[in-house]
Design a protein around this ligand. Sequence first.
Ligand SMILES: Nc1ncnc2c1ncn2[C@@H]1O[C@H](COP(=O)(O)OP(=O)(O)OP(=O)(O)O)[C@@H](O)[C@H]1O
Length: 188
Amino acid sequence: MSPKVILLFSGKRKCGKDYLTDHLKEKLDDLCEVIKISQPIKSHWAKEKNLSLKDLLSDGEYKELFRLELIKWSEEMRDKDYGYFCRAACQNAADKPVWIVSDIRRKTDIKWFKETYGDCSSLKTIRLTADLETREQRGYKFAAGIDDATSECDLDDFNEWDLVINNGKLRDTLEQQLNSIMTLLPTL
Ligand SMILES: Nc1ncnc2c1ncn2[C@@H]1O[C@H](COP(=O)(O)OP(=O)(O)OP(=O)(O)O)[C@@H](O)[C@H]1O
């Protein structure tokens, strides 16, 4: 069964995607399922390449050895099938009225969700923003090849968000931020 509402969250590194979606999860509790598109990438790759997922996920030389290849492989998969990782992430998601997708990165991610669930679910897109100084205080440091790549920048010029939430300086309280998200939900 499809969820009633799918909330698609996006934002630059260290803007607080995990922070806000974790708190939203606490608030909605059993009504929701949190989905991370990035999660299946490594497990799919490990399976495809017959590698140990444990070794791949540990912070060792093994991971470094394959990092570039992993990025290249995931780009190739996306070129062939832009819904590949979205589909993989949703495949095992629990049957809950609300899905919180915490890390959309591309216009094609939004396109895939609209095509796949748009007829039966209400889709809402939410952009989290935070000023550079705040993000840096949270540990962000520009990395060439990552922060200037498509996966971090493709949604920078998307401007059809249902809701934009400031999570930097002069942000609302957490409760106000969560309430603004709740206004997007129908009565569940
Ligand atoms: N509104 C907030 N109040 C206090 N701390 C916050 C707030 N938002 C985020 N943080 C903190 O900032 C840090 C970065 O946030 P978080 O990990 O949620 O960012 P992210 O967007 O998921 O980052 P990444 O894209 O790198 O995974 C965390 O330690 C988090 O607890």
